[in-house]
Design a protein around this ligand. Structure first.
Ligand code: SF4
Ligand code: SF4
Length: 383
């Protein structure tokens, strides 16, 4: 190898290898750095980690001091099992806590898949098998509802029609759009909640090629589909040959262009963010604009933005006691901030929060339904 011809990434690889030879982490660093060198990605990046421990000290689902947090990260960096792998509920918040952008949740998700013993991974392995079959073209058929030739496609990810709010596809918000759903169109990003971190790399190009075959631009109903094309595709060097848009931007555009049809709601709402919104925080500005356009205020509350809590969908069947405790704190916080409703934007969050919101008499409204209420398509729900 002519060292004089190496670029910055090449030098970084050489220095990592030298470091690995002295620290005994050769195999692990080769595995992670080979991928980094190949794609120039920004997933887990050991070179950015200064072992400050902030990620796991601030994780609200464990009670680690700095020493324990650093020891856990060290074990993972060495490719070894660690306590955090069984405790992590895959909320992605530690990415926001990390001051250097090292992406610690990606390291944890990779190791959860590799070690394979976390309760989430064990319990959801059968679902991952179904997803694998679907992605390999051996699952249930996908669905396509043809729309107007000049309108974009609305991708529902792998959600069944029955998992989105009733009447959504009849709304003026999506009129004339082609609609697709099925495992072959799924976002893959959410596979980290089942021990499938590698699925984006394995199947990302296949999913994107399937959407590209429609020959249209895509509006993503689910935040995670948008995350796949907007964030993960770049990290993995996956080509995205079509234009795309987040649901929030689509809704903002429609409402902005039809302001005379809006009746301002005059309500206060709390918002339950989908965990993968942490990858695309800039989309939150569209949500704020939507709320402004329809006359809705978002009063400050404890569990929002950086401090948002998991909806608990990944753990509802593996750690029900913890899940119910988080749900209760979350919904009570929404009520205490004066919200008239809790707004969701992910069908999984929406489903798992049905019980606690109903028990505490707080209306729960999917973001598309909130817009439909402002457009006069639906009434405000009973508490
Ligand atoms: S992803 Fe969430 S639960 Fe897992 S370690 Fe990070 S902050 Fe904790
Ligand atoms: S991943 Fe980030 S927050 Fe965690 S120890 Fe490394 S630098 Fe600190």
């Amino acid at each position: 190898m002519n060292l004089l011809l190496l670029d910055r990434a090449g030098w970084s690889l050489v220095l990592d290898l030298l470091d690995a030879l002295t620290t005994g982490c050769y195999e692990h660093i080769m595995r992670t750095k080979e991928t980094k060198y190949k794609w120039g990605h920004k997933m887990w990046d050991a070179s950015k980690c200064d072992l400050c421990g902030d990620c796991l000290v601030r994780c609200r689902y464990v009670d680690y001091d700095k020493e324990k947090a650093v020891a856990e990260i060290r074990l993972l960096m060495e490719g070894k099992d660690a306590d955090i792998l069984t405790k992590c509920i895959t909320c992605i918040a530690c990415n926001d806590y990390c001051p250097t952008g090292a992406d610690p949740s990606n390291l944890i998700f990779k190791m959860q898949e590799r070690i394979g013993t976390s309760p989430i991974v064990v319990a959801l392995a059968p679902f991952l098998d179904v997803i694998t079959k679907g992605l390999e073209g051996q699952g249930e058929p996908s669905h396509l509802i043809a729309g107007d030739p000049d309108k974009p496609v609305l991708s529902l990810d792998s959600f069944d029609f029955g998992e989105i709010p009733e009447g959504t596809l009849d709304s003026q918000l999506f009129k004339g759009m082609t609609v697709v759903r099925g495992i072959e169109y799924m976002s893959l990003v959410g596979c980290v909640h089942m021990g499938g971190e590698s699925f984006v790399e394995k199947y990302g190009q296949r999913v994107i090629d399937k959407l590209a075959s429609l020959g249209k631009d895509i509006v993503y109903f689910h935040n995670e589909g948008f995350t796949l094309v907007h964030v993960k595709a770049k990290e993995y060097g996956i080509t995205v040959p079509f234009g795309y848009m987040h649901l929030f931007e689509h809704l903002r555009n429609y409402l902005r262009d039809h302001q005379s049809s809006i009746s301002k709601l005059g309500k206060k709402v709390a918002y339950q963010a989908n965990c993968a919104t942490r990858y695309v925080p800039e989309q939150d500005a569209f949500l704020d604009e939507i709320f402004e356009l329809i006359g809705v205020k978002r009063p400050p509350r404890l569990y929002e933005r950086l401090n948002a809590v998991c909806c608990t969908a990944p753990i509802i069947n593996t750690n029900r006691e913890l899940a119910i405790g988080i749900q209760e704190k979350n919904v009570k916080d929404a009520i205490e901030c004066g919200a008239d409703a809790l707004i969701t934007s992910c069908p999984y969050c929406d489903r798992v929060l049905r019980r606690p919101t109903s028990q505490l008499s707080l209306p729960k409204i999917f973001i598309t339904d909130l817009c439909r209420i402002a457009l006069g398509e639906k009434p405000w729900p009973e508490g």
